[in-house]
Design a protein around this ligand. Structure first.
Ligand code: SF4
Length: 452
């Protein structure tokens, strides 16, 4: 691979790139790697705010197939580039991400959008540099979708923020929840070597990062593939790193949340008082149909243990309404669970069919009108809980990290370890710093605090 030739070509033509990222934090972090590879090869990030009429020289769609209508949205956006590509055949268009791992997707995109230059899957990211070379220098087209289990370390990363960083600790998922496509497109679960994660985080702390978010589809089962480490052990080790202030992680699966992990969360001062623990439904019948492998009673017992050991811990969740066969009684079980737990926030979704999953073929799919009504009722209850619980924050103390200066010159916005948005008096020097604050006023959406 003649990287010098590619670099010369890119820099002498001042080539720019634009990445369109869909989906979760895992994808956002993959986009940071894509940006890292491009900048290593001399590309500049296309500046959207400059309102140039010219588009970027290389446009990438990093796709997701987990959410509803993902395909339609991505196809619409690729199709919108048809004319620009006809006018400028040198423009490079690439499509990647987990949607590409779906059976037949590469052929579908090639047929409908033959002008797309590069199509590659989630397991081919380490070869992206080679693909750009082949397209730009050798004028080839690339179609590469692999099945892969290997973990590639040391890809260049262009971090989107300079105080807060993501670190993936594991890839794939073995759980096969019946509605979810992830195990089919991201492959079986595999964990990064603990030493590699620790080194990465240590390096980030040295560069001045204060917040780290550990990513994985099911972080609680980290290390399960025989590399001897466990998630609690990893957290204990990271908690010792100087300079690091906030350790976050997502996503936790209730069936794998151990007493040891709760104890480590309670003991380690850098681990944020927050857990994202998707419950998905409050009905045991639906949880079984979803293949979630826990009951509502087990979930509630976890919440009890968490709150007993970590007072004020924020619990956030994901909930699906209208799963096939969900009756009014099942849905009311979910409402009751929401009332019992009183989540800090909830990401709520209407069930939508994912071709290739078990739930897609289940009988008794729920009418869209009913799903919409249930979603509306669920969101109304959650909003009511947030409103009712807001005054309870007054006079509480919490740690926050300042991340933005507000229009009002003497006000800054911060994110609390419990995920709440907090406003306080301050100036730009405070960005990226962590403060202990006392809450003075509370609204549903945000808190107002003073540094103590
Ligand atoms: S745990 Fe379930 S919902 Fe989460 S990624 Fe794995 S299969 Fe999907």
């Amino acid at each position: 691979l003649d990287t010098a030739k590619l670099h010369n070509f890119v820099t002498s033509n001042c080539m720019t790139y634009q990445i369109n990222t869909y989906g979760c934090q895992m994808n956002a972090h993959d986009s940071e790697k894509i940006a890292g590879i491009l900048e290593k090869n001399g590309f500049l990030e296309w500046d959207e705010s400059s309102h140039q009429t010219k588009k970027a020289d290389l446009i990438i769609f990093n796709t997701c197939c987990v959410r509803d209508h993902a395909e339609a949205r991505v196809f619409g956006n690729i199709g919108a580039l048809r004319e620009a590509k006809e006018n400028n055949p040198d423009m490079v268009i690439a499509v990647c991400g987990c949607m590409m791992q779906q059976e037949g997707m590469e052929q579908k995109i090639s047929r409908r959008f033959p002008f797309v230059d590069i199509i590659f899957g989630t397991h081919n990211l380490d070869e992206f540099e080679k693909y750009i070379h082949e397209v730009i220098i050798e004028k080839k087209k690339i179609r590469q979708i692999q099945e892969g289990m290997e973990i590639i370390e040391d890809l260049p990363i262009k971090r989107a923020y300079n105080k807060s960083a993501y670190a993936t600790i594991m890839y794939g998922c073995d759980n096969y929840c019946s509605y979810c496509i992830v195990p089919y497109v991201r492959g079986r679960e595999r964990s990064r070597d603990m030493e590699a994660v620790v080194q990465e985080v240590r390096g980030l702390a040295k560069q001045g990062y204060v917040e780290i978010t550990l990513l994985g589809q099911n972080v609680n089962s980290y290390g399960g593939n025989g590399n001897n480490a466990s998630f609690p052990q990893l957290l204990r080790t990271l908690n010792e790193i100087d300079g690091l202030e906030f350790i976050r992680f997502m996503t936790s699966h209730p069936k794998d949340l151990s007493d040891e992990l709760i104890e480590v969360m309670a003991r380690c001062d850098k681990i944020c008082k927050h857990i994202h623990l998707p419950v998905q439904s409050g009905s045991n019948r639906i949880l079984t149909a979803m293949n979630r492998c826990y009951s509502r009673e087990h979930y509630l017992s976890l919440i009890h243990k968490l709150r007993a050991q970590i007072p004020d811990i924020a619990v956030t969740t994901d909930i699906i309404v209208g799963f096939p066969g969900e009756t009014e009684d099942d849905f009311e079980d979910t409402l009751r669970l929401m009332e019992q737990v009183r989540f800090t926030s909830a990401f709520t979704f209407m069930y939508s069919v994912r071709t290739g999953t078990k739930a897609a073929d289940m009988q008794h799919q729920i009418d869209k009108k009913i799903k919409k009504q249930r979603l509306h009722r669920l969101n109304a209850l959650q909003n009511q809980i947030i409103q009712e619980d807001a005054p309870g924050y007054i006079n509480k103390t919490m740690r926050v990290m300042v991340d933005e200066v507000m229009n009002k010159k003497d006000e800054v916005k911060a994110k609390a370890e419990n995920t709440k948005t907090v406003f306080l008096k301050g100036d730009p020097h405070m960005i990226g710093k962590v403060y202990e604050v006392k809450i003075k006023a509370a609204r549903a959406g945000a808190l107002v605090a003073e540094i103590i």
